[in-house]
Structures are given as structure tokens and as C-alpha cells.
Design a protein around this ligand. Structure first.
Ligand code: 3HC
Length: 298
């Protein structure tokens, strides 16, 4: 983003996130922590409670480690407003959509939201779905771009800001500035399925699937990849990302890049999914997780 586009940026005073899952909850936490109040919308109270609990746990951990005092914790928590209604979307500058990784569902949620707000900048936290494809559902595609966070949101510094064909410079600059305000390192990338990171990551997951099909032990693969220097191996990383998200995203990638991603065998991640082993989010994926001990498989 050059000086010209940076000047065109809007100030983000109030944000909103659609979806209170792992990503939506993480985005809400990070935004509130860094001083931008955020409305978190989902379709039922149970989902909102889970998102708020996650934020509250992350904050309590900071307090117990003396990295934050209880008053600040209260202030951060109160700047995340859970809601079931668009009525709380007044004066919102940026809305980040973080619902399930399904093109039709995302398009319908984005179109519905656009109809309720007037001229807010909208972004999708999609992992893989083309921004141009999602923009087809919108009346003002110039106000829309991708804003792709990585899991766990509070730990991972990178955010991809994805410029669609019709995205305006103002939208790109505003999302770059918002990401920086959240303490992240944004990178602006062009649109295609998977953008930059997942175009590299998903063929790697596919390679891992083939290795397991050919008889490799997934735990050994993880150990070797850690020795190679990566913070976690592919099976463990899929558990962190969410097995369901991994499977949905792999489908979008296979549609976009059939020569690289289509396969005629059942991938181990697909087997986990069929057995409702969704990873850290439900305590079991490739590995089992103790309650509240994320990142430490048994
Ligand atoms: N969820 C939440 N918190 C986690 C976590 C998880 N999965 N894993 C670790 N943490 C927390 C720990 O609780 C700890 O918190 P604390 O400092 O408050 O006590 C902190 O992170 C550090 O944990 P560790 O001491 O275990 O430190 P590590 O050195 O292992 O770092 C990590 C943790 C940063 C998560 C590191 O392992 C890492 O970088 N892993 C790779 C993650 C990655 O690649 N993410 C991208 C996934 S792809 C994606 O999201 C895109 C999507 O579109 C598919």
C-alpha cells in the first residue's frame, strides 16, 4: 500500500464480526484487546457464549500471569458486545465475516449484512474462497475484500488482505490499517483460491495425506516436521485449524486447482471428519486434548 492509498484509509473506530467460532471469537478478542470495540454477531446464544468464554479465558490467563490487571480485563471484555441482531450494527466502520467455509453460506450472509448497513467496509475471513466469487453477491463490491487471519489469532502475526478485481484502494488501505491497529502484520495479495498462504499450505496437507495413505505413521510425520524446524507437524496443525475447516477448504482448493488437489482415495483428514473428530475445538482430532490445554496433545 503506497502513500496514496494509505491516505484514503477510513478510521476504524467500531468493528463487527459475523460468527463467534474459533476465528470470529479470536478476531473479536484481538480487536478489543488493541482498543477497537467490536460487536460479535452469531445466530444463537450458545455460539455467542462459546466465543465470549474463549475471550474471557485468554484474558484470565493474562491476569493470572500478571500481564494485565483485572480492571483492564473488565474493560476489554466489555468492549466485545455479543448480539443476535443487526440493530447493534449502527456506526460500524468495518465488518469481518467469519462464518463456515462454504461459498453459498458466505455469499448469503454477506448479502444479508450489506442490506442492513450503509456503506460499511466488509471483509471475509475466508481461508480459500475467491474474493471475486464472494463479491458477486454484493451490490458494492468496491467496499469488499478478504481479511484472512491465522489460527490461533492472538498468536499469529500475519493477516492477508486480499484485493478483489473491484476492491477500492480505500477498502484495502482501511483493512491494512485496522490489521496494524490490531497488532498484526498485513500483507496485500491478489485474489485466487487459497490466496498466498493456503496455496502453499493445502498442497502440503495433501502431500501429508498421501504419505499416510502410503503407510506413514502420522505422529512420526509430525515429529519429523518439527525436527525439520516447523513449530508443529501437519496432523497437529490440522487439529489447530479445525478438521472441518480443513476439509471444507480442501474442497474449495480442489475445485480451483483440480490437477494439484483432487484425489481418488480417502484422505486421513476426511476420515477424521466423518468420525466427528474436529480437532482442538471438540477435544479430539488426530490427537486428544485435555480441557483447557490447547496446543498440548496427549
Ligand atoms: N490455541 C490457543 N492458544 C494456543 C494454541 C492454540 N492452538 N497453541 C498454543 N497456544 C498458546 C499457549 O497456550 C501459550 O499461551 P500463553 O503464552 O498465554 O501461555 C502460547 O500460545 C504459546 O504456546 P507455547 O508455549 O506452546 O508456544 P509455541 O512456541 O508452541 O507457539 C504457536 C505456539 C504460536 C501456536 C506455534 O506453535 C505456531 O506458530 N504454530 C503454527 C500455527 C500455524 O501455522 N497456524 C496457521 C494455521 S493455517 C490457518 O489458520 C489458515 C486457515 O485459513 C486454514
Amino acid at each position: 500500500v503506497n502513500g496514496k492509498t494509505a491516505k484514503a484509509s477510513r478510521e476504524v473506530k467500531h468493528a463487527a464480526v459475523l460468527g463467534a467460532g474459533i476465528m470470529g471469537g479470536g478476531i473479536a478478542f484481538q480487536s478489543a484487546l488493541k482498543g477497537t470495540p467490536i460487536v460479535m454477531k452469531d445466530i444463537n446464544d450458545k455460539a455467542l457464549d462459546l466465543g465470549m468464554n474463549e475471550a474471557s479465558k485468554l484474558l484470565s490467563k493474562r491476569v493470572s500471569k500478571d500481564k494485565m490487571d483485572a480492571a483492564k480485563m473488565g474493560k476489554v471484555l466489555s468492549s466485545i458486545r455479543p448480539t443476535l441482531s443487526y440493530e447493534d450494527f449502527k456506526d460500524i466502520d468495518v465488518i469481518v465475516e467469519a462464518v463456515v467455509e462454504n461459498p453459498k453460506i458466505k455469499q448469503s450472509v454477506l448479502a444479508e449484512t450489506e442490506g442492513k448497513v450503509d456503506g460499511a467496509i466488509m471483509a471475509s475471513n475466508t481461508s480459500t474462497i475467491s474474493i471475486n466469487r464472494l463479491a458477486e453477491a454484493l451490490k458494492k463490491p468496491e467496499n469488499f475484500a478478504g481479511m484472512h487471519f491465522f489460527n490461533p489469532v492472538h498468536m499469529m502475526p500475519l493477516v492477508e488482505v486480499i484485493r478483489g478485481e473491484k476492491t477500492s484502494d480505500e477498502t484495502v488501505a482501511t483493512l491494512v490499517n485496522y490489521a496494524q491497529k490490531m497488532g498484526k502484520n498485513p500483507v496485500v495479495v491478489n485474489d485466487c483460491p487459497g490466496f498466498l498462504v493456503n496455496r502453499v499450505l493445502f498442497p502440503y496437507f495433501a502431500g501429508f495425506g498421501m504419505l499416510v495413505r502410503d503407510g506413514a505413521d502420522f505422529q512420526q510425520v509430525d515429529k519429523v516436521m518439527q525436527k525439520f524446524g516447523w513449530p508443529m507437524g501437519p496432523a497437529y496443525l490440522l487439529d489447530v485449524v479445525g478438521i472441518d475447516t480443513g476439509v471444507h477448504a480442501a474442497e474449495v482448493m480442489a475445485e480451483g486447482f483440480p490437477d494439484r488437489m483432487k484425489h481418488d482415495f480417502k484422505d486421513p483428514t476426511e476420515i477424521m471428519f466423518e468420525n466427528e473428530r474436529y480437532g482442538q475445538k471438540n477435544g479430539i482430532g488426530f490427537y486428544k486434548y485435555e480441557e483447557d490445554k490447547k496446543g498440548k496433545p496427549k
